[in-house]
Design a binder for this molecule. Structure first.
Ligand SMILES: Cc1ncc(COP(=O)(O)O)c(C=O)c1O
Length: 440
């Protein structure tokens, strides 16, 4: 058994193997190059062309997800903000969302002067727990933002039933879940309205920033187009009338962005299938290592595998006395030294973010200062499962997105096995770290 790389042994994943060809993302081919040059040559740069790249992307994405309408926008955060606006979420209303997520949804709610209300997540799926969501509903609640975190769809039937019962708008945040399915239907067609990010690191990327909003509601879609374009109605008009029907800014995407994404969309299914095979063989090997708890996917769903999060269980590693956080920190160091770029994804529950603890909000404390709005402080102890997941888990990001990552992921599995074989050394290092922290 060779020694751990963090103590001077050989790396399990040779640096030269982790080449752009194997693990680079996004994969840029001649198709993208030609499509972008075509836009430049055409001079049709804006979203407002009646039959340009943006409209083609909207049509193709709507067809792919199985939703009647799609609007392309400037990024995934704006997509959520516009969805909230178009759905008519009012100032001071509460929007339920998971405590474990990227901050974009919470910020989008605050931009609309709505109050984010965080709920705890399921410790296995890492998505919002339907029972915790139900318990958080108040007379002020107007929407649920169901984040398909890491690429796994939420328990949508339960959330849809709750939304119907309490008259709430159900918004999917599918920024990380392009192409994932729930009971045979794709994300983007599982709620009242859905949002996607096209950021360059996402499973369906553009060459920069972009977003998509899908819905089955024609009126909501019309309002969304207004919010994207200074509150104006441009659809079907030959001349712009410069009338702003609602107060709104500019959230349009460019044709270059759309052209790039259309090329990626043409290969999305091929890449998704390759990724599924590669990730499944990695996870199959991790499942053999007690103590490394790989993510799972309930049988009624498919996972987009945007992020792979695995938990560490000190008891299953035969070291039940170890602090999970210390074990996680040492495992991170050991795996990174072996050449596996594991990292944490989110280091705090959203309500613990300094920006939410301070309650500065906008214009001196809004939305929490609005009359009748909930101003009770967020309490970390309300999110025990989110806290535990953040403490004891690591993620693999980006590398596995490339369809040619199979050989590198096999070496990553070798690295996990090697680190696992050295688990007693790992435990000793974690214990020493824990003792040092206790002394300081
Ligand atoms: C879950 C989630 N929602 C929303 C966003 C925001 O997307 P964008 O970066 O395109 O604004 C992200 C981006 O990382 C995300 O992960």
């Amino acid at each position: 058994m060779s020694g751990l790389a963090m103590f001077g042994g050989p790396r399990a994943v040779p640096a030269e193997l982790a080449s752009e060809e194997h693990v680079g993302w996004p994969v840029v081919t001649d198709a993208e190059r030609a499509a972008v040059v075509d836009v430049l040559d055409s001079g049709r740069f804006t979203s407002n062309q009646q039959a340009g790249e943006v409209q083609a992307l909207e049509r193709e994405w709507a067809e792919y997800v199985g939703a009647p309408h799609c609007a392309a926008v400037v990024n995934g955060t704006a997509a959520i903000e516009l969805a909230l606006a178009a759905a008519g979420i009012e100032a001071g209303a509460e929007v339920l969302m998971p405590a474990l997520s990227f901050i974009a949804g919470a910020v989008a709610a605050v931009h609309r002067l709505a109050v984010p209300v965080f709920v705890d997540v399921d410790p296995v799926t890492f998505t919002m727990d339907p029972e915790a969501t139900r318990a958080a509903v108040t007379p002020r609640t107007q929407a649920i933002l169901a984040v398909h975190l890491h690429g796994l769809p939420c328990e949508m039937d339960a959330l849809r039933a709750l939304a119907a019962e309490r008259g709430l708008v159900l918004i999917e945040d599918a920024a990380q879940a392009h192409g994932a399915t729930y009971r045979g239907r794709r994300t983007g067609a599982l709620g009242d309205v859905a949002t996607f990010s096209l950021n360059v690191v996402k499973n369906l990327p553009t060459c920069g920033e972009g977003g998509l909003v899908t819905t089955g509601d024609a009126d909501l879609h019309r309002r969304l187009l207004r919010y994207r374009q200074f509150g104006e109605d441009l659809q079907g008009r030959r001349r712009r009338d410069y009338l702003s029907h609602v107060l709104a800014g500019n959230a349009k995407i460019s044709a270059v962005q759309a052209a790039f994404t259309r090329c990626q969309l043409a290969r999305l299914e091929e890449y998704r299938r390759a990724r599924e095979r590669n990730v499944e063989s990695l996870l199959g090997r991790l499942r053999e290592l007690p103590g490394f708890v790989p993510p799972s996917c309930p049988p009624d769903r498919t996972h987009a595998w945007h992020i792979i999060r695995f938990r560490l269980d000190p008891a299953a590693l035969d070291h039940p006395d170890l602090a999970p956080g210390a074990l996680r920190a040492v495992a991170e160091r050991a795996l990174r030294a072996e050449g596996v770029p594991v990292m944490r994804y989110q280091t705090l529950p959203l309500p613990e973010q300094p920006a939410f603890r301070s309650r500065d909000g906008f214009a001196g404390g809004y939305p929490w200062r609005l009359p009748g709005a909930c101003s009770a402080p967020y309490r970390p102890e309300d999110y025990p499962r989110t806290l535990a997941v953040i403490e004891d888990s690591l993620t693999l990001q980006r590398w596995h997105l490339n369809p040619a990552a199979g050989s590198v992921l096999r070496r990553c599995a070798d690295a996990f096995e090697k680190v696992w074989e050295h688990r007693d050394e790992l435990a000793a290092a974690a214990r020493a770290m824990d003792d040092r922290q206790a002394i300081s």
